[in-house]
Design a protein around this ligand. Structure first.
Ligand code: ATP
Length: 493
């Protein structure tokens, strides 16, 4: 296959479709765009994702025709404007993978020039992710560009069609999927600050092909489409034709399955959210004791949605299973952990935690990190290299209680535990710091990086645990409290 713009292949177009499709495709597009405008009134301008291939070229030309009709005064249909948008522009992502990448970009630029439509191209560097194919990596890079590119009043239109949807559902089925996977691609979803919209999702590929033929649309054939080592191509070339020959209604059946999947997913999401509101009301933690009271299937549902909520990534079946067995099933005193991408999933104090893996804290200088009062008597926030930031604030009566510290007159320094330290909390015997930390509510993965505030070389405050004997504020309102914001998003102590 070459990269040159190809003449439409008339031999593949079907006569019956040729007779009727022209209006159909444009009608379907127009009513989809009206629906977009009604559902998301904030979307006033359109951005088309155009690769240079047949599908997105059809979308581009068909949008251009609707826009031209509107300009020629045919803009009202049953009282509705046929083109209710203020702007239209095209974005092309050049992945730089194919040897024909520059031709695709040049073709998109040329067509947009002919149609007088604003065009922007982005060259991306595709980052390879272990265990993921090149196509998926390219897609991630592409969507990152789309997301960046989109403004809050814009919707991105992509030219996915019914065959793409069927392939997606079949591939997911073959890789194992629950209702969410079987639901296929949604017609719309939020993308960055804007919306993503797929106006051609209901139309079969054939219909796009015959429309392209009729309008002498030129496109660039993607040479990788012929490579049947790629699963999607194998399915398209070998499996789908035989399905059609034995089950003429298979497209409708799979489409219906996707619709049922979408319904089931919506209901399951509602159920999961209700449970999350109970089991993880206002924190990123999930309560194990209550979770264990649920049925095994409901546990997996809640775990899946909790991970999705906290990380933005959909966890696979195996991971959910591991969390259920290895973390939820662990004894109370065990401290198991499951690593997933750059997250750590841990169990501590009868809660499941999802943490972004933290870099180890860099070695502290022997003299510690000085934390000096300002001339006006206030201490400023102290950035701890690799370990977040400490802030001091005046503890108002009641807000900090016995956590309020006397104003540190002496030399104030921050250190971390080195081993062998001892101290006494008010009214308690002197003990090893290690023991005090172990018995505190501080999770084990935070203990070694817990800031220790020394005043005149004496341990005055174990952040997150309390003020040491001799340093507590006596008068209400006279004390100071410390807040530590860890480098990861979730932990404030
Ligand atoms: N390089 C590109 N630049 C701009 N838009 C693109 C590009 N590639 C694809 N698109 C848009 O995305 C649509 C779908 O493309 P394609 O089927 O190749 O994507 P996909 O990898 O299957 O994506 P998805 O993961 O969303 O299914 C195209 O019709 C087009 O609208």
């Amino acid at each position: 296959m070459g990269s040159q713009p190809t003449e439409p292949d008339y031999s593949r177009t079907q006569m019956n479709l040729l007779a009727t499709d022209r209006q159909d495709l444009e009608q379907v597009l127009a009513s989809s765009l009206l629906r977009l405008r009604q559902q998301y009134p904030a979307c006033q301008r359109l951005v088309l994702g155009v690769s240079g291939g047949l599908d997105s070229m059809v979308l581009l030309h068909a949008c251009h025709r609707l826009l031209a009709q509107a300009d020629q005064g045919q803009s009202q249909k049953q009282g509705q404007p046929t083109w209710p948008f203020a702007g239209l522009r095209v974005v092309h992502v050049n992945h730089g993978i194919s040897t024909h990448a520059a031709d695709w970009q040049a073709h998109c630029l040329a067509v947009c020039g002919e149609l007088d439509i604003a065009f922007v191209a982005h060259q991306v560097r595709v980052t390879r992710v272990a265990g993921q194919g090149l196509e998926a990596d390219a897609r991630a890079a592409r969507y990152a560009v789309f997301e960046q590119e989109l403004a809050a009043d814009e919707a991105l239109l992509l030219a996915h069609h019914q065959d793409d949807q069927l392939e997606t559902v079949m591939l997911r089925l073959l890789r194992a999927a629950g209702p969410r996977g079987l639901a296929g691609m949604p017609e719309s979803r939020p993308l960055g600050v804007g919306m993503l919209w797929r106006p051609l999702l209901a139309l079969p590929r054939e219909q796009l092909e015959s429309w392209a033929a009729r309008h002498t649309v030129r496109w660039v054939e993607d040479d990788s489409n012929n490579d049947d080592r790629l699963s999607r191509n194998y399915l398209r070339q070998h499996i789908m034709p035989s399905l059609a020959s034995h089950w003429p209604g298979w497209r409708q059946s799979v489409t219906r399955t996707a619709e049922l999947g979408a319904d089931a997913d919506e209901i399951l999401t509602e159920v999961a959210e209700r449970w999350l509101a109970i089991l993880s009301p206002d924190s990123d933690r999930l309560n194990c004791a209550s979770l264990l009271n649920l049925s095994a299937a409901l546990q997996r549902l809640v775990i899946r949605h909790w991970l999705l909520r906290e990380t933005g990534q959909t966890p696979g079946w195996r991971l959910v299973q591991r969390v259920q067995v290895e973390l939820l099933g662990a004894g109370e005193n065990a401290q198991p952990e499951v690593n997933w991408q750059h997250w750590q999933l841990r169990r501590f104090a009868d809660q499941l935690h999802v943490l972004e893996a933290l870099e180890p804290v860099p070695p502290t200088p022997p003299e510690g990190y000085a934390w000096r009062p300002q001339g006006d008597g206030r201490l400023v926030a102290r950035v701890l290299p690799g370990n977040g930031i400490l802030r001091l604030y005046q503890a108002s009566a009641g807000s900090a209680g016995d956590q309020a510290m006397r104003f540190p007159d002496g030399e104030c320094v921050i250190r971390y535990r080195q081993g062998g330290e001892q101290c006494a909390l008010p009214g308690r015997p002197r003990r090893a710091l290690k023991k005090i930390l172990q018995e505190s509510a501080i999770p084990p993965w935070v203990r070694e990086r817990t800031p220790l505030v020394y005043i005149d070389n004496k341990l005055a405050w174990i952040v997150g645990v309390g003020v040491c004997e001799g340093f507590q504020a006596v008068d209400e309102g006279a004390g100071w409290a410390v807040r530590w914001q860890m480098p990861s998003r979730q932990d404030h102590i």
